[in-house]
Design a protein around this ligand. Structure first.
Ligand code: 0O2
Length: 266
């Protein structure tokens, strides 16, 4: 197959990765907008390089014509979570989506690989609409914690450097690091509720402050200067206390004032 044909073949995979990444990023924003903890922390995506596809096909004895069927990670998306508990939540979210059909799963968290690799893989069927019409293709979604991702990234680079000849001493260190990652994830899970509470109130506060500032900005066009100065001073006083309850009260009060001006202008 020549390069031009590879480009054509890979083009729907580029579209699929772009779309899937946008969808999950949008989901993160939806959670943030309502001040709710999102089980997905980061989203990444990539289309496998032609050279890596050929290398994998060669390693697994897959004929070029079967590559699209048998190499399921040509389109790859990675969803990174803060806590191990979030991984199952994310898997369920994917299973409940109508635009992604889970064809199979690989649980390398319960059964980690010999290397120490841990991650949850979900293989999906996903439909893209190309200029030639609709095409359903396979994509791999890897779901793992930040800590697992750190380990996998380092190990992947070392695998690339040493190919099949990784020195035993480095392999042992990686294995120890993999165990340390399990302990780290467990420690983080133990304080998960505390961390989630802190992040939720941070996000709620950020959303409230942003709404209040928008409201004040709009009031500049309608209210008189003395009133605006009074509102600003009150906001700064409440903001300095950091009291979420007071910010909420002030937010409601501003809404009423803004509504009053809106009604007057009708
Ligand atoms: P790359 O460069 O990341 O794309 P199989 O189902 O076993 O026949 P496959 O596809 O090898 O075939 O499945 P597997 O083992 O689930 O691996 C899929 C991907 O998971 C790999 O893609 C890696 O991204 C990741 N992975 C699997 N094992 C390891 C590991 O030991 N260390 C690291 N760092 N990542 C791993 P590729 O194509 O191997 O690599």
């Amino acid at each position: 197959m020549d390069i031009q044909l590879w480009r054509e073949t890979l083009s729907p995979y580029v579209l699929a990765v772009d779309e899937i990444v946008v969808k999950f990023k949008h989901m993160i924003n939806e959670y943030r907008d309502i001040g709710r903890y999102c089980p997905i922390e980061q989203v990444e995506g990539r289309v496998k390089q032609i050279s890596s596809i050929l290398e994998k096909a060669h390693k697994k004895g897959i004929p070029i014509g079967d590559v699209e069927d048998r190499i399921v990670d040509i389109a790859g998306v990675r969803l990174i979570c803060q806590f191990v508990e979030d991984i199952q939540t994310v898997v369920d979210i994917i299973k409940n989506r109508e635009d992604m059909k889970v064809v199979y799963e690989k649980d390398y968290i319960t059964n980690s690989k010999e290397s120490g690799y841990r991650s949850y893989h979900v293989i999906i069927e996903y439909m893209v609409n190309t200029s030639k019409g609709p095409k359903t293709l396979k994509a791999e979604i890897q779901i793992r914690t930040l800590a697992m991702d750190f380990w996998a990234t380092i190990e992947h680079s070392l695998q690339y450097k040493y190919k099949f000849n990784m020195p035993t001493q480095i392999r042992d260190r990686l294995s120890k690091a993999a165990n340390a990652i399990i302990v780290l994830d467990e420690e983080m899970s133990a304080v998960r509720d505390e961390i989630m509470d802190a992040q939720n109130s941070f996000q709620l506060k950020a959303n409230l402050v942003s709404d209040i500032l928008n409201n004040i900005q709009n009031l500049y066009k309608k209210a008189n200067k003395r009133e605006i100065v009074k509102i600003q001073d009150e906001f700064l006083k409440i903001y300095e206390t950091g009291d979420l309850y007071e910010l909420e009260r002030f937010h409601k009060e501003l809404d009423i004032i803004s509504e009053g001006y809106r009604a007057q202008s009708l």
